[in-house]
Design a protein around this ligand. Structure first.
Ligand code: NAD
Length: 478
């Protein structure tokens, strides 16, 4: 299968473009050959998007945008199995998790469809200011124009829809650059939107790499907004070069989870096994640092190891598989080096630690410290550390000792303590009696510190993809 960019509804597969292949991370199989977008393609995609915004999109009423989104959700539901298989083949995600991702994606489009008809404004009490009598002030929310949407490999469908669906609901046009490791589901998604009746040019697709395609897209002067999900170094570059463009950055994390001595241990262990190892830990809010109060540390660790060792590791196409491959062998090697580095500095592997090709066994480490990469950096691999603590103040300090701040988990039966700790954690979100890795698609989601800027979660993304317009009226003759 060869795929190329889709600009104004036309696919560009021509053979003079550079090509790369998408590899299946588990089976020795080429999933697709990509005709990479050139800088000329990027420029044409953005200009077409700009013209389509001023031509087609500005005139499209909210009920029509809502109807297209509704149809797209129905089509995705019909094509669910094909999308799930595509994600499994291109990303190596275990099939049950791919199915769950598609199910969530359908909901994301439905949320956007409902919200498209509810983008409301405000009326300002103008007479609150001296001299403001006989004036009316109102705020309308207007679309921004061209939104550049850049997405990572780990949730290739759902994270793309967290950008595309709200952008469409708000009435923007989009130039969409998915990760070059997982572009096939993105390609099928753009076709699906066209099948749902989206006019050509509203959603343009660029198939390409970060440097050659992503960079000219984010620096193009006709782009009004960049919405990026991916790694910290790329996010930082985008922010620096964004100039006056609006920017949303959804970046990485080394998420802390805190287990107090009164927590329900069985429930905490279940949640943390899922939350540390789902999709081989390649989740931005994956549980990476688990702090356990000393009174229950031994019991927690023993149960956590036992349950982790029951996970089935293998072929992502099998429904019985919990843990599949990492995205590439280089990534698995990198993660293994981080384990070795920690062990050299005194850490202990409680289970796992072995690598075979792209598969890294679920790994639990103890005796770690803040100078090890497995603690200080984002591991983005099936590696988790368990660390004992004494007091509430102490653990809040540990949890906040990070450049990141995306989401955290707190396990306790004491509501006062739960809310006190939640208030003090320096993260965009906190779950109580749930693992940091849990996310629903309708709550505000995003980071503080170097985990990012702005929020997603359809309603909140719509806020960020619209601009306030103030309109004041002075009543004549008064
Ligand atoms: P990545 O940063 O390598 O790539 C993400 C996207 O950026 C890709 O489409 C890539 O081609 C593009 N890109 C790369 N260089 C670019 C440049 N110079 N200019 C413009 N675009 C460029 O990330 P990845 O490896 O695909 O994904 C993993 C990262 O994503 C992790 O750090 C993870 O935490 C983060 N992530 C964050 C969230 C969140 O919501 N906060 C969700 C998922 C993943």
């Amino acid at each position: 299968m060869r795929i190329g960019s889709i600009i104004n509804g036309k696919e560009r597969k021509e053979s003079n473009r550079d090509k790369i292949e998408v590899q299946n991370p588990f089976h020795d199989e080429v999933v697709a050959e990509l005709a990479l977008a050139t800088r000329v393609d990027v420029d044409e995609a953005v200009r077409n998007s700009f013209d389509t915004f001023h031509g087609t999109m500005k005139g499209m009423p909210a009920y029509r945008r809502a109807a297209i989104l509704r149809k797209a959700a129905d089509l995705l539901e019909e094509r669910m199995e094909d999308f799930a298989q595509t994600i499994t083949v291109e990303a190596g995600k275990p099939i049950t998790f791919s199915r769950a991702e598609v199910e969530r994606s359908v909901q994301v489009i439905r949320f956007a469809s409902e919200l498209a008809k509810n983008i409301t404004g405000e009326v300002i009490p103008m007479d609150a200011a001296i001299g403001g009598e006989n004036r009316i002030g109102m705020i309308k929310r207007q679309p921004l124009g061209v939104v550049a949407a850049i997405t990572p490999f780990n949730f290739p469908l759902n994270l793309s829809l967290h950008k595309i669906a709200p952008a469409l609901a708000a009435g923007n046009t989009i130039v969409f650059k998915p990760a070059e490791k997982t572009p096939v589901s993105a390609y099928k998604l753009v076709q699906l939107f066209h099948d749902a009746g989206l006019p050509e040019g509203v959603l343009n697709l660029l198939i390409g790499t970060g440097k050659e395609t992503g960079e000219p897209l984010t620096t193009h002067d006709k782009v009004h907004k960049i919405t990026f999900t991916g790694s910290l170094p790329v996010g930082r570059e985008i922010r620096k070069s964004a100039d006056f463009k609006k920017v949303t950055l959804e970046l990485g994390s080394n998420s802390p989870n805190i287990i107090f001595e009164d927590a329900n241990i069985n429930e905490a262990v279940d949640a943390l096994v899922k939350g540390a190892f789902s999709f081989s830990g390649q989740v931005c809010i994956s549980a990476q640092r688990i702090y356990v109060q000393k009174e229950i540390y031994d019991q927690f660790l023993q149960q956590f190891i036992q349950e982790t060792e029951q996970l089935s590791v293998g072929d992502p196409k099998e429904t019985s598989t919990d843990i599949g491959p990492m995205i590439t062998e280089e990534e698995a090697k990198r993660a293994k080096l981080w384990i070795d580095d920690a062990v050299e500095k005194g850490a202990v592997i409680q289970t796992g630690g072995d690598r075979d090709g792209t598969i890294l066994k679920p790994t639990i480490m103890t005796d770690v410290d803040r100078n090890m990469k497995v603690i200080a950096k984002e591991v983005f691999a099936p590696i988790v550390s368990v660390i004992p603590f004494d007091t509430e103040d102490e653990v809040v300090g540990y949890a906040n000792d990070s450049i990141y701040g995306l989401q955290a988990g707190v396990f306790t039966q004491d509501i006062d303590r739960a809310l006190r700790v939640a208030d003090q954690l320096e993260t965009g979100g906190v779950w109580i009696n749930e693992v940091s890795t849990y996310r629903q698609d309708n709550h505000p989601y995003g980071g503080v510190k170097q985990s990012g800027l702005g929020r997603e979660g359809v309603k909140y993304a719509i806020d960020e993809m619209t601009e306030m317009k103030f309109i004041g009226v002075k009543l004549n003759g008064k």
